[in-house]
Design a protein around this ligand. Structure first.
Ligand code: 13P
Ligand code: SF4
Length: 338
């Protein structure tokens, strides 16, 4: 796999050498001004990172923001494949990420050479790939989707067209069921969403009979079948803000609850439980690698940063641009409870 992350050099300031008395927040704000930087954060980042960001969003929103911004530097607080998307869409900008090791289990499950062989087995099929994959896998795909536009993009593809979908098998199964289409699905999973436990969820629902369940489509079917609403992180946020109800059980990475509490402070949000009845599983270990100190150092050192060969970037850009062109500009604002 091509490494697209350039780590800081020997001359860079390290966390160990950082003055313990500096005000990190103030320093990030100073660098943001001085370097004309925009800070983009995914909903799964820690509350302090979400609070300092210029924009917090889901994968699709963040791609759009990265494509539109006139900043010189994009400080991307999320995981590597997201920062790669930003660089692919905005090649002339410096794209830094706080921790260059922030990967994704879905990306790891789908190595480009294996995906290439998978594609070759189905020569008549169009390859629809979830954005949670490497630039190399994107370059081998026809159209990229995110959890917020996958269904509407699928609906624009003629029904007779055969499809492969990767790398998330739960999102793939959900889309196949929703659209009634048969797809060849890559068997990857998100280590966060596959941990939710149906038995524990049902016990929680019994204790909170009025609570509505909001779930991300990366969850397995035995969790999704209990959901009042299934959607991308932004769609879940809209659901808990706009639908009726006071209590919501949230089956996705729990850091999103921060935005939910900001948007609807009078409502109660309960993290869906993991296998042992706690919600500890609902923390993405990759997203959690980022912190304020690392964000500051990345902006200061201009590394870790994304760099990729131009031929790879152009090959990844084509299916990514197709996704943006096929995405509804106005997302559905209101969700319907089942
Ligand atoms: P969305 O932000 O598109 O909902 O995706 C969630 C996710 O798992 C990102 O890694
Ligand atoms: Fe990947 Fe899952 Fe983490 Fe998202 S939450 S970055 S899909 S491991």
């Amino acid at each position: 796999m091509i490494n697209t992350v350039v780590e800081a050099g020997a001359e860079a300031l390290t966390a160990d050498a950082l003055d313990p008395f500096i005000d990190i927040e103030e320093e990030i704000n100073r660098l943001r001004r001085e370097k004309n930087a925009v800070i983009l954060a995914h909903y799964y980042q820690s509350p302090e990172i979400q609070d300092i960001a210029d924009f917090v969003g889901d994968s699709l929103d963040l791609s759009r923001k990265a494509a539109e911004t006139d900043a010189d530097m994009i400080a991307f607080c999320g995981v590597k494949f997201m920062a790669e998307c930003a660089k692919t869409l905005s090649p002339n900008k410096l794209v830094v990420l706080p921790d260059g090791e922030a990967g994704c289990s879905l990306e790891d499950s789908c190595q480009p050479e294996d995906f290439k062989k998978f594609r070759e087995k189905f020569p008549d099929h169009l390859a629809l790939s979830y954005v949670n994959c490497s630039a190399e896998v994107k370059a081998l795909s026809d159209i990229i989707v995110t959890s917020s536009n996958a269904k509407s993009i699928l609906d624009q593809i003629p029904p007779e067209q055969k499809l492969i979908f990767g790398p998330d098998r739960h999102l793939g199964a959900y889309l196949a069921k929703e659209s009634g289409r048969d797809m060849e699905i890559w068997p990857g999973t998100c280590i966060v969403h596959e941990q939710f436990n149906e038995r524990e969820l049902v016990k929680l629902m019994v204790r909170h009979p009025e609570a509505k369940v909001a779930a991300h489509p990366e969850c397995p079917e035995n969790i999704l079948k209990h959901a009042d609403h299934v959607g991308s992180t932004r769609s879940l946020l809209e659901f808990v803000t706009l639908s009726e109800g006071q209590e919501f059980i949230i089956a996705t990475e729990q850091q999103i609850i921060h935005q939910m509490e900001l948007a609807a402070p009078d409502r109660t949000f309960i993290a869906a439980p993991g296998p042992d009845g706690t919600c500890n599983c609902a923390n993405c270990p990759f997203m959690a690698l980022n912190d304020m100190e690392k964000l500051y150092l990345a902006m200061l050192n201009e590394a870790p940063r994304i760099e990729m060969p131009e031929d790879l970037r152009l090959a990844a850009l084509a299916p990514l641009q197709k996704m943006l062109d096929m995405s509804p500009t106005q997302q559905v604002k209101k969700s319907v409870a089942a």
